[in-house]
Design a protein around this ligand. Structure first.
Ligand code: NAD
Ligand code: UDP
Length: 324
């Protein structure tokens, strides 16, 4: 039984990764300050421990053999609330996770992002593409923070021989996304279930490629365990669709709402789609869950949580500025 550390393990992706690691028989230590995460995302389990801690301060988990470093707000509205804090979370948090990995002799995986490609001029995006990021725009705290984190991880390998992996994660969705997260899938699903208009930013012709969370967890575990590749590897799903088409897909499951167009956020990328050939070649990565299936599971999860919030005497799970 290996001891795995998951920073950011109380968040959306982290909590699914924790469940997988526990199911595989590992002991798991979650390090999370609950900034955008929630302890209720984690099960009661004898092999699981939550350490409430901000990764901008050093931390230690003796005996760790794997460090999955996910701690960082990931939704644009969430990471822009405190942009300086977000950038420092990426840079200092990654440095502290690397120091822990070195002390423990552990392998470390960084959860990086497709945002390192910025507004891509190459489509779909392969790992060799170096990106077009606005270094001083409102998304820079996240994009540049992750670019710096990648550089740190790669330099720790170069300078200290640390065993590292870098996952460039493309848009991922599924159950347990916080209701006040603000990303597109949980917004649309929630709006549709409430009978409210779906807020399409801009003309809705910008694209994303959406990966169901269990497929991403397959990719994170595969990258950690089934290859020794230390360069960045894209993970996601290559089925690209427009935001307007996503809205229609949600409405086909939960009909009745209108669409309303709102301003496109500054620097919102126009197109995004992963080239997944490297992950496929390295460890046979293949996303399996279709958008229809993944959205149906997400709708059921959000419906259940909204139902619990409405039940008399039950405290809402998340503060939700969009709630009526
Ligand atoms: P999330 O916001 O649900 O989870 C982030 C977790 O990190 C939360 O539990 C939060 O409390 C914790 N955290 C934030 N700042 C922290 C700090 N300073 N110290 C300790 N813990 C802190 O987001 P997510 O979607 O689960 O993303 C997880 C990781 O995956 C992030 O690193 C993100 O950049 C990366 N990622 C996610 C996606 C996606 O589509 N979900 C895409 C690209 C990259
Ligand atoms: N978006 C939207 N309505 C929403 C939330 C997001 O139209 O309520 C759009 C957003 O402008 C972007 C896409 O959906 O073009 C994905 O946004 P998200 O915040 O989920 O992720 P990211 O921009 O980081 O890819």
């Amino acid at each position: 039984m290996a001891r795995a550390v998951v920073t950011g393990g109380a968040g959306f992706v982290g909590s699914h990764l924790v469940a997988r690691l526990l199911a595989q028989g590992h002991e798991v230590v979650v390090v999370d300050n609950l900034h955008t995460g929630d302890r209720r995302n984690l099960p009661e389990h004898p092999a699981l421990r939550l350490v409430e801690h901000d990764v901008r301060e050093p931390f230690d988990v003796p005996g760790a053999s794997r460090v999955y470093h996910l701690a960082c707000p990931a939704s644009p509205p969430q990471y822009q609330v405190d942009p300086v804090g977000t950038l420092l979370t990426s840079v200092l948090g990654t440095q502290h996770a690397l120091q822990l990995a070195e002390r423990a002799g552990a392998r470390l995986l960084l959860a990086s992002t497709s945002e390192v490609y910025g507004e891509p001029e190459v489509h779909p995006q392969p790992e060799a593409y170096r990106g077009a990021v606005n270094p001083v725009g409102p998304r820079a705290c996240y994009d540049e923070g992750k670019r710096a984190a990648e550089a740190l991880v790669r330099d720790w390998h170069r300078a200290h021989g640390l065993d590292v992996r870098i996952a460039r994660i493309f848009n991922t969705y599924g159950p347990r996304m916080a209701l006040d997260d603000g990303r597109v899938v949980v917004n649309f699903v929630q709006q549709a279930l409430r009978g409210e208009p779906l807020t399409v930013y801009g003309d809705g012709q910008q694209t994303r490629s959406l990966c169901y969370v269990s497929d991403l967890v397959d990719g994170l575990c595969g990258l950690m365990e089934r290859t020794d590749h230390v360069e960045p590897v894209n993970l996601g799903n290559a089925e690209e669709l427009t935001v307007a088409a996503l809205a229609q897909a949600v409405l086909s499951l939960v009909p009745g709402s209108e669409l309303v167009h709102e301003a496109l956020p500054v620097d919102d990328p126009t197109r995004r789609c992963p080239d997944l050939r490297l992950a496929a070649a390295l460890f046979g990565y293949t996303p399996r869950v279709s958008l229809a299936e993944g959205l149906a599971r997400t709708v059921e999860d959000v419906r259940a949580r909204l139902g619990r919030r409405r039940a008399p005497g039950v405290t809402p799970r998340c503060a939700d500025p969009r709630a009526p």
